[in-house]
Design a protein around this ligand. Structure first.
Ligand code: GTP
Ligand code: MG
Ligand code: ZN
Length: 366
């Protein structure tokens, strides 16, 4: 297989230069086991482990290989008696810089960054048009997707289960600013042709979304084979809710690389910057910019454009609340990453509380 059909390009080639002289080979992480990785390369597949040095030098989990990463490996010398179907082995010496990374805070309370997927060009944010359909979840996925650097595409799946998919699509378009919204049914094969622009050779597409929305079913459609297991949700009861249990990068016949992922239960924001959040909520950001006071808290100030828009119905209360919630979460993550900011925030709130106390004292005198 050609390197370019695995997503290799000048960006990775330039970072690999210092390794090529030493006889390292570039390979891409397709699958992560507990202590080993399966890799794709122009030289065939490998099963590989990190060298002790790479493990030792890593300051966090985010420094170790993740699915989608390009790595510099040294293949083991061919074992003379290895049976032919046995995968060749290799050692991973380095992880090349990521062009995009999809990360989240790990479950549990250490809050460490976890790389969900690396070097993804396009993220299909899959939501089923069934009773779990939820605009707020889509907003949330979009913020994280923009943050990753990949282009988000909202995919509304199971169109066959919805009475009016076109209306659902229009509704989603009001919150998916800057992201195309596609409607399809993987079961019936309807609407799949609209995916074509993102399935070009050497492009990497990751499918993300809750369990049971049809990610693996869609991947099987895209690669034209029943490769990924799929289960109706009711059949999965007792076996655990997730059918797909690990992330995996799969090379499709068109030369596209698709990444299947387990349904996400927890999708907390990691280090999303304010601008990125503002981009996802460009309509809300435009409103807050029009408030009379630049430090408007949008609660009861005169000349507040947000309150005005809520009053006349041009801004949905749900969208406003969703924005505020994500803002709080973003601010929390940012503070956690930066103690200086934490102190500033405390000082800021002290000021606000003091101002409020003064405000109420004056009011009580009236
Ligand atoms: N009606 C309908 N059912 C679908 C469609 N696509 C998938 N399904 C069904 O939805 C169920 C779940 O599909 P999966 O592809 O396993 O879902 P998944 O997103 O991969 O789920 P996890 O692997 O658990 O994250 C299966 O029973 C599929 O047959 C569709 O377009 N229409
Ligand atoms: Mg699946
Ligand atoms: Zn305001």
């Amino acid at each position: 297989m050609q390197l370019s059909s695995l997503g290799w390009d000048d960006f990775f080639a330039s970072h690999f230069q210092r390794f090529s002289a030493d006889g390292f080979v570039p390979a891409r992480v397709a699958l992560e086991h507990k202590h080993a990785y399966e890799l794709l390369s122009s030289d065939g597949d490998f099963t590989a482990v990190c060298t002790g040095r790479l493990l030792h030098d890593a300051t966090s989990r985010a420094d170790l290989p993740a699915v989608g990463d390009w790595v510099a490996v040294r293949p083991h010398p061919n074992e003379a008696h290895a049976c032919p179907e046995q995968r060749r082995r290799a050692d991973i010496h380095a992880v090349l810089p990521r062009r995009t990374k999809f990360s989240r805070r790990a479950a549990g309370n250490d809050g460490a960054e976890q790389i969900v997927a690396a070097n993804v060009d396009t993220v299909f944010l899959v939501t089923a048009l069934d009773r779990n359909f939820n605009l707020r979840r889509i907003e949330r996925y979009l913020v994280v997707a923009w943050e990753s650097g990949a282009q988000p595409v909202v995919v509304l799946s199971k169109a066959d289960l919805h009475a009016d998919p076109a209306a659902a699509r229009r509704e989603v378009e009001t919150v998916a600013i800057g992201a195309p919204v596609l409607v399809l049914s993987a079961a019936l094969g309807d609407g799949l042709e609209a995916l074509a622009p993102w399935l070009a050779p050497g492009r990497t597409v990751a499918l993300l979304g809750s369990s049971g929305v049809g990610k693996s079913t869609l991947i099987n459609r895209i690669i034209g084979a029943e490769r990924q297991a799929t289960t109706a949700i009711r059949d999965a009861v007792g076996k655990g809710r997730h059918t797909t249990t690990h992330r995996e990068l799969i090379a499709g016949p068109s030369g596209v690389l698709v990444m299947d992922t387990p349904g996400m239960r927890e999708l907390q924001l990691w280090d999303v910057d304010r601008e990125r959040l503002a981009a996802t909520f460009a309509d809300v950001a435009a409103l807050t910019a029009r408030c009379r006071f630049s430090d408007c808290t949008h609660r009861s100030e005169p000349g507040c454009a947000v309150q005005a828009a809520l009053d006349d119905g041009s801004l949905e209360i749900d969208r406003w609340q969703s924005f505020q919630k994500l803002r709080r979460e973003q601010a929390y993550a940012a503070r956690k990453a930066d103690p200086r900011l934490e102190r500033q925030t405390r000082a800021h709130w002290r000021k606000i509380n003091k101002a409020q106390r003064t405000h109420y004292r004056l009011k009580n005198r009236e």
